[in-house]
Structures are given as structure tokens and as C-alpha cells.
Design a protein around this ligand. Sequence first.
Ligand SMILES: Nc1ncnc2c1ncn2[C@@H]1O[C@H](COP(=O)(O)OP(=O)(O)OP(=O)(O)O)[C@@H](O)[C@H]1O
Length: 297
Amino acid sequence: MPLLLISGFPSSGKTHRATQLQSAFEAKIANSTDARISRLTVHLINDESLGLSREVYHSARPEKDARAAEYSAVKRVLGKDAVVIADSLNYIKGFRYQLYCEAKALQTPSCVVHVGTPEEKCRELNNTLLNDPSKPGGYVEEDFDNLVFRYEEPNGMTRWDSPLFTVLYDDENPPIDEIWDALVGSDGKVKVVKPNAATVLTPAAPSNLLYELNKTTSAVLATIASYQTNHPGEPGGKVTVPNCSVAVELPATTVTSPQLQRLRRSFVALNRQYNLEPARLKSLFVEYLNDEFLKLG
Ligand SMILES: Nc1ncnc2c1ncn2[C@@H]1O[C@H](COP(=O)(O)OP(=O)(O)OP(=O)(O)O)[C@@H](O)[C@H]1O
């Protein structure tokens, strides 16, 4: 069932918002006369529920393990009659993308709540937590700075970060009804997301998937390179890709070959674990590029 991803700076108030949403959702479920809704439960997954300390963010390996723990915890409950609130930093775009794919593969909606507390306020809250051993949380300064530096802000223009709700520190409550509507639907209609051919998980990944991913994405880059060669000094433009229903929409700024290669590599890394339909690879990559180009302007 639906997935709500919370994302925000360290000590920004993510758990504060997650518990507000959890209580509000539980009240809606308790008051519903629709059996499809009244059987739902709300699962809050965060560092506390997973027994993780903030120290995991001090070095790469434990942090990676912590993310893997969150990922499996979300996956474990996602298919059940549950509304899952993933209340963690969720600061890496690729990680949010993977969770989005998990939800989509189960034909269930997802959305992102960005806790938009400014950095200086987060620092103040963080210092208060550090000085109060009776409360959980608080990051040592070096980890706090590092996490803020690496934070990849959600972008509502991308499919995996939308719908996106931003909650400011002074907002008394998040937009609960709108979020509920995005996840569960109004008027007792439980939402079902149309599966995307690309994200339906099939039992066994084709063994040549990595080969196909590399071949297809390289072919798309070759088409873009040839377009750029034929249109020197002209950024922007629409590139028709052979045998693909979607065209590449180049941004107004010039995209260099290393930039394109970087995007290609991240697409391959993100998707190599999914059993993607080879026929959909090309359009999926083009859609991914277009999403990324939108950010370049
Ligand atoms: N909007 C707010 N209004 C009042 N208090 C808040 C608000 N946001 C956060 N706080 C307080 O700030 C502290 C940190 O909040 P919280 O634990 O929710 O942050 P977090 O983002 O979940 O932290 P972490 O990054 O460690 O998971 C808590 O004491 C919380 O009560």
C-alpha cells in the first residue's frame, strides 16, 4: 500500500511531521466505514524503529548499511495493508528513485514530504538535542555539515519526487488531507497506480540486462552527440531517437559529453537491479534524461 517518503536536513523536524501524519492517518482509518480503508495500518519506519544511532552517518559503510536496513524495512511492509511512512533523511535522489520504483512495481502510490526547515534553524535544533541527553537525535557538527552539504533537495518536476509537499517550520500541520488524497484517494476510493512496464518486477532478471542497459543508453547518447555535431553552438532542441516514442528535449544550456555520460552511468546504476522490460529501456532512459535536463533549465 502507499508510501510516503519524508525528506529533509538533519534535525529538521522530520519525525515531528511524520508522527503528526501518522496520528492524522490513524484517525482517518479509525473513522472510515470503507473496509478497504479501515483495514489499513500505518507503519512508521525511522532510525529509532530500526534501532540505528545517528553515528552511522559518520562513515560511509555503516551509513550504507543503514540505508539498506531502511530499504528492506519499507519493502517488507509495502505490499501489505499498510500506509508506510519512511521517516529518514532520504537525501539521496537515487535512493528516493529506488523506493519510488518499489511502490510503482506494487501499483501503489507514493509521495514526498519535504521538511523545508532552513539550515540555521536545523543547526539550532540539532545543538539543543546534542545538549539534552534525555532526547534521541542530534548529529556531531562534522556529520551535520556533511549531510547538509550532500543533501539533494526533492524536485517536484521529477516523477519520483512527485507529488511533492513542502512543510515549513512554522506550519502548524502538514497539508494532511491533500497528502492523504495523494496516497489513498478521497471518497473512499483506494488508489491504484497503473504499473509501468518498466517497473513491474518479474521473477528473473534477464542475464543480459546490464549489457542491454549499456547498449541502449549508449545508443541514445550517440544520437544526441550526432544531433549536437549537426547543430554546433545551438543549445536546446528536440532530438528524435530512432525506435523511441519519446524525444529528447535538450536544455537551453549546453550539455557536455561528460555530463551525459554521468547521467547514463547513474541511470544504469539505478536500474540494473530491476527486471526492466528491454523494449521500454530506451523511452525510460529518454524520460530520465528529460527529467534531469529540466533541472538544468
Ligand atoms: N515545526 C516544529 N515545531 C516545533 N518543534 C519542532 C518542529 N520541528 C522540529 N521540532 C523539534 O526539533 C527537534 C528535532 O526534531 P525531529 O526529531 O523531528 O527532527 P528529525 O529531522 O526527525 O531529526 P533526525 O535527522 O535526527 O531524524 C525535536 O525536539 C522536535 O520536537
